[in-house]
Design a binder for this molecule. Structure first.
Ligand SMILES: Nc1ncnc2c1ncn2[C@@H]1O[C@H](COP(=O)(O)OP(=O)(O)OP(=O)(O)O)[C@@H](O)[C@H]1O
Length: 598
């Protein structure tokens, strides 16, 4: 329960909705208890006067009596209707305040969780499954909403109703009150347990449903593989098994649901019978009137839902507390990579320096960079080459401060990047990742992601520099072409070049290209490199690759192996070393290695 305390600040910011909601609940209940009181009065009026009315048989007074009687009954009828309308109106206002409040809190909480996710570092995303992140922001927040809205609404209604009705019942007859109320706690307890069973079963069904969804999603995405390996039947069988499990759980839930309603009806029936039986005896003994008995039967019916909702509210709160605990777990996580107090903002010149840097991935213990030293002067172009897994991408991650090294310093312009504001640092560096990611949006907006204020002309220029403009103009809708599931399917090379255009439009001082030309053919690659040459003139560029771009005149080429520099120098220096680089170059010359470009 203590986990729910995190929500108090949201109640505070919605205090007027909460206060008004509770007030409307109380008013609605006060109006609703007039009905049994009036029914009692009608019954008493009838039972006290019916004998005298019968005695007036065949006298002229009978007509007068009947007219008066009808008027009184009509008055009661209209009053009951009026009070019911008033009670209904305030019930409407109650929902309009408390349920609306819960939607506002749900909105705020969802945004808070989303914004917090954005602040957390890459390590967090590596350690938690995407499905888990999604379910906390959707399902868990929805369960918490059940507490801040419906649970509060039902609980307040229950509390007010029980207090008022029990008070009115005790006024009439304490003994009858005791008998009448005795089955109700049992009802609340039953509802609580049945609700838990229903919830457990629903959870299982929900998990099975998401399993079915992911099975179908995966088979649609992998349809080419399934068809080419003639695995359609196996895939259908896999789906059928998952559906079967879902069907069986749903049938089991339907059984519990089917038992639920009759059990409820039985309990209500028992309470009413008990009231009439014990109440009847009390009427015969002259302790209460027939009107009181009628009033009690209505009270019992009015109390059913409140007692029913005690069980419901208890399980709602329990679920909300568990969900809030999961949400708090993430909200309380502090990002490791964050601004230091008084972090600086500087205009970068483009110098990069790594001093004795060692970095080990925290959750796997793999040391990807070890005792690494590198100095890149502003405006230099540097290539980083190495076998797969040698630490090239890790180096790029360290430069944009996705991770902090355990030892040594990463510096820009002789300034430790840990002392700079993160947005200041990342705002002046463009990073083209190895795995391209494009959003389901237009091509123009995907490029504009690098500079949201850019006009179409700049978008076109960036696309031209990345040698993708011609491809884009070849699409019917040009730069407005939608990418993604419902848009066009781009080739790997086109995606890579759009991703490069996105980095170029940002117009930074430092650019890092992480193996981002792997999917383009040699001719396009030459064209891009030609364009980049002009673009990169006064900028610092780090090009990570496992191909050799002999056309590009690098100031420095670094060969990386197991997180260490094994060779360093210009193209000619490295050739004369006769090491990995020379070997790779020789393979390229003989055409053995397709990945070599000239
Ligand atoms: N996020 C990560 N978490 C844990 N270990 C990682 C992570 N990313 C990379 N590694 C490990 O760090 C080492 C260096 O990987 P890195 O991706 O930097 O190599 P690379 O030279 O870029 O390889 P490639 O050319 O295949 O992209 C590898 O052993 C890899 O398994």
């Amino acid at each position: 329960m203590k986990h729910l305390a995190a929500l108090n600040k949201y109640f505070l910011s919605n205090k007027w909705r909460l206060i008004l909601g509770l007030l409307f609940t109380a008013i609605s209940i006060v109006f609703s208890v007039f009905q049994p009181i009036m029914v009692r009065q009608i019954f008493d009026l009838l039972s006290h006067n019916i004998d005298e009315y019968r005695l007036l048989n065949n006298t002229s007074l009978k007509g007068v009596f009947r007219a008066d009687f009808t008027n009184v009954l009509a008055f009661y009828g209209v009053s009951i209707l009026l009070f019911a309308l008033l009670s209904g109106f305030f019930l409407f206002l109650q929902r309009q305040t408390l349920i609306v409040m819960s939607r506002h809190i749900e909105f705020d909480l969802k945004n808070a969780v989303y914004q917090h996710y954005q602040k957390l570092d890459l390590n967090f995303f590596k350690m938690h499954r995407t499905g888990d992140l999604m379910s906390r922001i959707t399902e868990d927040v929805s369960r918490v909403r059940m507490y801040v809205g419906p649970a509060i609404m039902y609980a307040s209604r229950t509390l007010f109703l029980i207090v008022i009705i029990v008070y009115l019942m005790l006024e009439v007859n304490p003994l009858l009150t005791l008998y009448t109320l005795s089955p109700l706690p049992l009802l609340a307890l039953t509802i609580y347990y049945v609700n838990r069973i229903i919830h457990r079963k629903s959870e299982k069904i929900q998990a099975q449903l998401s399993n079915i969804t992911s099975i179908s999603q995966e088979s649609y995405s992998g349809i080419r593989v399934i068809k080419s390996y003639i695995q359609e039947d196996a895939s259908a069988k896999h789906f059928e098994e998952a559906s079967e499990a879902y069907k069986n759980s749903s049938i089991s839930l339907a059984k519990t649901d089917a038992l639920f309603q009759p059990t409820m009806a039985l309990m209500i029936g028992l309470s009413v019978i008990l009231t009439i039986f014990i109440g009847g005896i009390q009427v015969i003994q002259g302790n209460i009137t027939v009107g009181n008995l009628a009033e009690f039967v209505i009270y019992v019916n009015m109390l059913m839902f409140p007692f029913f909702s005690i069980g419901m509210v208890a399980s709602m709160i329990q679920r909300a507390a568990a969900s809030q605990q999961r949400i708090n777990e993430f909200l309380q996580l502090e990002p490791v990579i964050k601004d230091v107090p008084n972090a600086k903002t500087v205009k970068l010149q483009g110098g990069v320096r790594l001093d004795n840097v060692t970095f080990t991935y925290p959750h796997t213990g793999i040391t990807a960079i070890s005792d690494f030293n590198l100095h890149i002067a502003p405006g230099q172009k540097v290539a980083i080459i190495g076998r797969t897994g040698s630490g090239k991408s890790t180096l790029a991650q360290l430069l944009i401060r996705m991770y902090d090294p355990q030892e040594g310093k990463v510096m820009v312009d002789d300034q430790d990047i840990r002392l700079l504001e993160l947005t200041n640092l990342r705002g002046q560096i463009s990073y083209v990742p190895q795995d391209v990611f494009l959003f389901s949006d237009s091509i123009a907006n995907n490029i504009r992601f690098g500079d949201p204020a850019a006009n179409l002309e700049s978008v076109r220029t960036a696309a031209r520099q990345a040698s993708v403009e011609k491809d884009i103009l070849g699409f019917k809708e040009g730069f407005d072409t939608e990418i993604g599931e419902r848009g066009v399917t781009l080739s790997g090379g086109q995606k890579q070049r759009i991703s490069i255009a996105r980095a170029l439009i940002k117009d930074p001082d430092i650019l890092i290209f992480d193996d981002c030309l792997s999917a383009v053919d040699a001719r396009t690659e030459k064209e891009i490199i030609g364009n980049l040459y002009a673009y990169l003139k006064n900028k610092t560029a780090i090009i990570i690759t496992h191909r050799i771009f002999a056309l590009f005149e690098f100031d420095k080429i670094i060969v990386l192996d197991e997180g260490k520099i094994v060779e360093e120098g210009t193209h000619n220096d490295l050739l004369s070393l006769n090491g990995y680089y020379a070997e790779l170059y020789a393979r390229q010359q003989s055409g053995d290695d397709e990945s070599v470009t000239e």
